[in-house]
Design a protein around this ligand. Structure first.
Ligand code: SF4
Ligand code: SF4
Length: 379
């Protein structure tokens, strides 16, 4: 039976963080997985340059506590590595680590920050993708400590343990994968293939301050007061769904991991250690406004492609708030369909090619991209 540990963690106070991380390591008996000769990569969620107070990125206090615990257990080679949205280049990494508080966490603990922008291929036994290009520190790691941030997500509903591993793909190769798998079902299968191709992973969840609504960057902060941990990322995401208060079948990666036999069918089949009664204390999270509805399965098979086409056109879509747009071009840079142009210092979307991935919404530093939806989809 997979195990997930849950610990009430009301704030990012260092003493609370240390107590939480110690509890997770002890209750899950993780110490035997740590050896002095291992290359360990800490993979936080640094989706974009944002202050830790915005709840869009993993809080550095949790990363610092995890590093200290690993060091206490004898780990010597620890590197914090992330490939956020946008280009994967040293000056951008430097500024990302600085703003997100990782540079300070590294300085205080002596852990390294990754500035190697090389990448190499790894192979797995995937269902839709067998070969992935990942950033060098991940490819060379013996152990990945996946420190994700609990958020709702415009495309995948949940940004949790499995989704956080998408940041192992170098910068602008991420839009390429969005374009190769424009349908959510295929994209989520690819995420599961990537997760399975990686070396051993232990996952932590920063759900002290989480994000609800239009995550992963445009939602609102929601205090939950929990940290969670597991060496089973699929079971952990099922528990994350319970914290969000959403139907697990609404989270495609969770449903697909059940179908693949990677994840138990219900919480009853997971051993919950620690503060299990606190799981749903924060109440249901607001869904992202991008939540889509597919009516096509209710129609006879021959009509489904046409119904799909029509409903796709009516689905929520990104809309530029021209007053807030500063024409920086970050949306265009991250758009896998290359369907955004900057004209007269304002972004303009050609909806003909838009695949509704909401990468533009995710990467806009001015939150100048709204999500428009028709009332019928709110039913
Ligand atoms: S919409 Fe946002 S990301 Fe795009 S150009 Fe305007 S400010 Fe930049
Ligand atoms: S316009 Fe936005 S939602 Fe549409 S394909 Fe480009 S990034 Fe994705």
């Amino acid at each position: 039976m997979p195990q997930v540990s849950i610990y009430k963690t009301e704030s990012y106070d260092p003493a609370q963080m240390e107590a939480a991380v110690r509890f997770h390591f002890e209750s899950l008996d993780l110490s035997h997985l740590i050896r002095p000769d291992q290359k360990i990569v800490i993979k936080p969620n640094l989706v974009m340059k944002r202050s830790p107070d915005d709840a869009a990125t993993t809080h550095p206090a949790l990363v610092e506590a995890v590093i200290r615990q690993l060091q206490e257990l004898g780990a010597q080679d620890i590197t914090i590595a992330e490939s956020g949205g946008g280009p994967y280049a040293e000056p951008l990494l430097r500024s990302l680590y600085g703003t997100c508080g990782m540079a300070e966490a590294a300085r205080r603990t002596g852990a390294a920050l990754n500035f190697d922008t090389g990448s190499c291929q790894i192979e797995g036994d995937g269902q839709v993708t067998r070969r992935f290009t990942v950033i060098n520190p991940v490819a060379n790691a013996d152990l990945i400590i996946n420190v994700c941030k609990l958020k709702t997500h415009c495309m995948t509903v949940l940004s949790g343990a499995v989704k956080n591993l998408f940041g192992c793909i170098p910068g602008l190769m991420k839009p390429e994968l969005h374009m190769r798998y424009p349908e959510k079902e295929d994209f989520c299968q690819m995420l599961l293939d990537l997760s399975a191709a990686l070396p051993q992973v232990i996952s932590f969840v920063d759900a002290v301050d989480a994000m609800e609504g239009d995550g992963p960057t445009g939602g609102s902060k929601k205090h939950v007061g929990l940290t969670l941990c597991s060496s089973d990322r699929y079971a952990l995401d099922l528990v994350n769904a319970a914290v969000l208060g959403v139907d697990p079948s609404d989270i495609i990666t969770v449903r697909q991991s059940m179908e693949r036999g990677l994840c138990p069918a219900s919480l009853e089949d997971i051993e919950l250690l620690g503060d299990r009664d606190a799981l749903t204390q924060a109440g249901p999270f607001r869904y992202p406004r991008s939540k889509q509805t597919d009516f096509s399965s209710q129609f006879p098979a021959p009509l489904r492609p046409a119904v799909k086409k029509v409903t796709r056109w009516l689905q929520p879509r990104p809309a530029i708030r021209t007053k807030s747009c500063v024409g920086c071009g970050k949306c265009a840079e991250s758009c896998p369909a290359h369907t955004i142009q900057i004209r007269e210092r304002k972004a303009v979307i050609n909806y003909q090619n838009c695949i509704r991935c909401f990468c533009c919404h995710e990467m806009c530093p001015k939150q100048a991209i709204d999500i428009h939806r028709l009332g019928i989809f709110d039913l």
